[in-house]
Write a protein that binds this ligand. Structure first.
Ligand code: TYD
Length: 195
């Protein structure tokens, strides 16, 4: 099973993915925990390139998909083939939200790259940790490790949130929208109940 966590800045994905992994390990399942951009040596190198400076929107999307292809070939596919539950902190929905809705890259380019690059591998379940961008950005600022995406205008973050919610509405079978303003315990419980 391939499970992804999605959401805007400060939604608590990193904390929640670790809690979910611990719960699934406790049930005796083999779990492979990973993240994007990154998750394999080459993809982590591309992450550094992506976060270090700004890019033309289409070029930025291509870099995210280059990292994703590498991540899938070297990490996700082998883990799925070995029977692990793969948990990824972000995946292709983030590119739709950030690069298309947030930064104005063409949606057709995203769709075309999903078709060309992913070889039909797609998450079985996606948890959208949803909260207002004001709240998420405040959490991220308190955490202190801000990146260049967090510095984008509030309007951009609002478009990112709307795009995630629209994607969830378009694919209700795959998505579960979780209220990320709840306590960490309640968020984990909601994800486990939905699995
Ligand atoms: P991440 O490590 O999840 O950051 P955070 O924990 O702060 O949410 O991801 C790094 C940044 O990369 C994040 O700000 C969102 C951005 N991103 C995209 O713009 N497009 C993508 O396809 C992905 C996977 C991430």
């Amino acid at each position: 099973m391939f499970i992804t966590l999605e959401g805007g800045e400060g939604a608590g994905k990193s904390t929640q993915i670790r809690r979910l992994a611990a719960a699934l390990c406790g049930q005796g399942r083999a779990v492979f925990l990973t993240r994007e951009p990154g998750g394999s040596a080459g993809a982590e190198a591309v992450r550094g390139v992506l976060l270090s400076r700004g890019w033309e929107q289409g070029a930025e999307m291509l870099l995210h998909f280059a990292a994703r292809r590498e991540h899938m070939a070297r990490a996700i596919r082998p883990a799925l083939a070995a029977g692990a539950v793969v948990l990824s902190d972000r995946f292709a929905d983030s590119t739709l939200a950030y690069q298309v809705a947030g930064q104005g890259a063409p949606r057709a380019m995203w769709q075309g790259l999903c078709d060309l690059v992913l070889d039909g591998v797609w998450p079985d379940r996606t948890f959208l940790l949803d909260l207002p961008p004001e709240a998420g950005l405040a959490r991220a600022a308190r955490r202190g490790d801000t990146n260049r995406y967090e510095a984008l205008d509030l309007d951009v973050h609002r478009r990112i949130r709307s795009a995630f919610l629209a994607q969830a509405a378009a694919e209700p079978g795959r998505f579960r929208v979780i209220d990320a303003t709840q306590t960490p315990q309640a968020v984990t419980a909601a994800m486990l109940a939905a699995l």
